[in-house]
Design a protein around this ligand. Structure first.
Ligand SMILES: NC(=O)c1ccc[n+]([C@@H]2O[C@H](COP(=O)([O-])OP(=O)(O)OC[C@H]3O[C@@H](n4cnc5c(N)ncnc54)[C@H](OP(=O)(O)O)[C@@H]3O)[C@@H](O)[C@H]2O)c1
Length: 272
């Protein structure tokens, strides 16, 4: 892999999580990292004393080959327009929710290479899922750098741009859906364990279930059958879930999140 210098715009929740993980994994040397963030530079310097703080975004872009844009989607279009000349012949990585690759390409110079990435918050614990949607502007070498870089933070999936909204729901909203289900399970056992004790059991049950499914190549419905013995306790619970249409409700929730992701993407396009 060719050596490169990474720029970071915005040391917020996601910018910090990505950088912390890449440094912790030994992928990135602090001295090759240049950041510009209006208010959080002292925090960034405290976390990573070796990194380079730039006086403005222009300097950061000028000193790097690949720039990770970790600002809010509302801020990104105006920043890209402002930085247009400084991003010529560079590669940009956008993690902004809802801003399509096509919109990004429309905002930068034709010589700027664009890749859209959607990480989920589990990158912070190096167990993330990271969706990549490449554009025709991106050369294979930079695609390879991005794929290797994000693989240090979790599972990388290269997907079509058209599936980015639904993909973002599965991996981005997914942790909130799963946390909701875990909390509901805890409520079902209310008053019987301490909260810590209960969540400890539930978390390990989720981890164990996912590992069992993955390692044995078993479909979730097959696992349900394996656990539900006739006249047993599990089958009663599964019956109750079915009677209350919980599966349909989850499908509906996924569709609602997807519709909202699409609507937010359109707002991003209008703002351009
Ligand atoms: N949070 C998530 O779980 C998640 C998941 C996937 C994707 N994303 C995407 O990640 C991006 C960042 O989200 P976040 O949750 O990390 O937001 P955040 O915590 O609010 O961080 C945004 C950062 O942007 C910086 N900033 C604001 N205006 C700027 C400017 N003009 N130039 C340079 N930096 C500027 C701020 O820097 P200062 O602190 O220095 O003021 C702030 O730290 C968003 O596009 C979001 O869609 C987030």
């Amino acid at each position: 892999m060719k050596p490169f210098k990474l720029g970071l715009l915005g040391y917020g929740k996601m910018g910090k999580a990505l950088i912390d993980g890449l440094i912790r994994q030994g992928f990135l040397d602090e001295t090759n990292l240049f950041i510009y963030t209006p208010n959080s530079s002292p925090k960034a310097k405290e976390d990573h004393p070796g990194l380079n703080i730039c006086v403005d975004a222009h300097e950061m872009c000028d000193k790097c080959n690949i720039i990770l844009l970790a600002v809010k989607p509302q801020v990104l279009p105006s920043e890209l327009i402002e930085l247009r000349d400084h991003l010529k012949n560079k590669a940009i990585i956008s993690i902004a929710a809802g801003i399509s690759t096509e919109s990004l390409i429309g905002l930068v110079d034709p010589s700027t290479q664009v890749i859209r990435v959607m990480p989920n918050l589990a990158v912070e614990v190096l167990q993330g899922v990271i969706l990549l949607s490449k554009s025709h502007t991106l050369d294979p070498e930079n695609l390879n750098i991005c794929a290797v870089m994000f693989s240090k933070l979790g599972l990388v999936q290269l997907i079509d741009e058209a599936k980015m909204d639904i993909g973002s729901v599965l991996i981005g909203s997914g942790p909130a859906y799963i946390a909701y289900f875990m909390n509901a399970m805890k409520l079902g056992a209310a008053g019987q364990f301490s909260e810590d004790e209960c969540f400890k059991m539930i978390y390990q049950t989720f981890i164990g279930t996912a590992t069992y499914l993955q390692e044995n190549g078993v479909h979730p419905n097959e696992l349900i059958e394996r656990v539900c013995s006739p006249n047993g306790s599990t089958i009663e619970g599964i019956k109750a879930l079915k009677e209350h249409g919980v599966e349909d409700q989850i499908v509906h929730a996924v569709h609602q999140s997807e519709a909202r992701a699409k609507a937010l993407g359109k707002i991003g396009l209008v703002k351009k």
